[in-house]
Design a protein around this ligand. Structure first.
Ligand SMILES: [Zn+2]
Length: 474
């Protein structure tokens, strides 16, 4: 702990100028956020003409009928146009709020509300919680029309929307209620740790965040998800038998196998797994089950189990903890910095003794531009993991054989030999059903995509297959 304390003190000392030198932090945030928006718009403009290409790439020609290809191009074009307009709209909104001292206004109004209910300035944690909910709620209202448009016009037009207006409102209200029920105690505990641990908050807060994430792993499927969707055990049948057999052979600790009514909201399809290391749950969208054969769904799950086999979720968790650690260890330099708050229009009486939540939010605003770069790096890692999981599915037969050479002849093991082909077919089928974009600009993809494009994945699957067949030919 001593080593950690010394390291943290050094960072704080190096950045100590922040606490007394006035900078135009607000101007910096404005310039950076506009730069990011302009760059994102530029990416969309690079991608946009690809939606006018008359034919799919040669490797996909066989899978896309002219009609489906046209539908996918139309859908992509509409989404790109929407992304461009909504991106610019959101940036104008944020920029205007920032310009007129929105956060200082929020702090003042939250304070007045507290006074009205008889709470004095000594209730900083309650004041902070009211402040966060107020600013988040008020700033989210003008973006509501965007999600209405996206759901009821854009997705509707292309045949994906299944949300009724009443479901939309219910979802929204449930979301707000959940934010209050979960968010308020979380924020309260978060701020209480700062107050209790003082400048030595870093290890305590890290411990708290990890515990909270673990808690979410347990309560998300049991409490939160059922509020929005119905999870029912996957019916007995060929699909269930296949998945259970696959999980058993890989010693995947499968506790529950669910089908989720994703079709309640959208026709887009998916599958995923989650849970603690010793108790995992697999969830398959009903849309996926109805759109693909059991063999293909099994291949999609073989890919998912590849993520588990290589501990991808754990590795991503480690990276996110590292990220959190670097954010928290830089924060002390911004924690007692009156000029920072003054720059965001907070009055001198608030700025001279900065409330933790305000200092933390302003610090986050300053970090936002850096987050774009971190996002690009995370996407690159994630794409690597996707290839690895594809390779896992492809080489499943060899892997299982090496684990237990005595079962070489068993029928269901031999069946896993074509898992790579099945995965390829499943990916194509999902792509077609979701009308996903076919042509992708490389820079747009590097910035936005956590998954390689379909053509890239199919090419790689083909390569794996050739590599695996080679030794047998010798
Ligand atoms: Zn994946």
């Amino acid at each position: 702990m001593d080593f950690l304390d010394r390291g943290l003190a050094l960072i704080r000392q190096k950045l100590s100028f922040v606490s007394y030198t006035p900078y135009n932090w607000k101007g910096y945030v404005q310039v950076c956020s506009w730069a990011a928006t302009v760059f994102e718009s530029y990416l969309l403009l690079r991608q946009y003409p690809l939606y006018s290409k008359p034919d799919p790439p040669p490797s996909l020609t066989a899978h896309f009928t002219p009609d489906v290809y046209k539908k996918s191009q139309d859908y992509g074009r509409d989404k790109a146009r929407f992304a461009l307009v909504s991106g610019l709209y959101k940036q104008c909104l944020d920029s205007t709020l920032l310009h007129f001292g929105f956060y200082a206004w929020g702090w003042r109004v939250a304070g007045s509300l507290l006074t009205y209910f008889g709470y004095g300035p000594e209730y900083e944690i309650i004041h902070s919680i009211v402040f966060v909910f107020l600013t988040v709620f008020v700033s989210s209202l003008p973006t509501l029309p965007l999600s209405v448009y996206s759901t009821f016009v854009l997705e509707e037009k292309h045949g994906f929307n299944k949300v009724t207006p009443s479901l939309f409102v219910i979802d929204l209200l449930k979301g707000y209620a959940l934010a209050v029920v979960l968010g308020a105690p979380f924020l309260g505990a978060f701020l209480w740790i700062f107050r209790w641990a003082g400048d030595r908050f870093v290890p305590w807060l890290m411990g708290f965040m990890i515990s909270f994430q673990l808690l979410m792993v347990v309560i998300y499927p049991t409490v939160i998800q059922p509020l929005f969707n119905k999870l029912s055990p996957l019916a007995e049948g060929p699909l269930r038998t296949r998945i259970e057999a696959l999980a058993m052979r890989l010693r995947f600790p499968l506790k529950h196998l669910y089908e989720i009514d994703g079709s309640k909201r959208s026709s887009h399809s998916n599958a995923y797994f989650f849970g603690l290391p010793w108790s995992k749950h697999i969830v398959i969208f009903d849309t996926l089950i109805h759109q693909s054969t059991p063999e293909e769904v099994e291949a999609v799950l073989a890919h998912e189990l590849g993520h588990w086999y290589y501990s991808h979720p754990f590795k991503l968790l480690l990276v996110s903890q590292l990220h959190l650690f670097s954010v928290l260890s830089t924060f002390p330099a911004f924690m007692h910095a009156p000029p920072l708050l003054r720059s965001f229009d907070f009055p001198p009486e608030v700025a001279k003794n900065p409330p933790i939540i305000v200092a933390f939010l302003m610090f986050q605003l300053i970090l936002t531009p850096l987050e774009s770069f971190i996002g690009i790096a995370m996407n690159a890692i994630s794409r690597r993991f996707e290839y690895q999981a594809d390779l896992f599915a492809c080489s499943l037969y060899d892997l299982l054989k090496s684990k237990d050479p005595t079962v070489t002849g068993s029928k269901d093991l031999v069946e896993t030999r074509d898992m790579g082909d099945r995965l390829g077919r499943a990916l194509v089928a999902l792509h077609v059903k979701n009308l996903s974009t076919v042509w992708v600009d490389w820079l747009y993809s590097a910035y936005h995509h956590s998954h390689p494009t379909l053509t890239e994945r199919l090419a790689r699957l083909e390569l794996y297959k050739q590599k695996m067949e080679k030794p047998k030919a010798d």
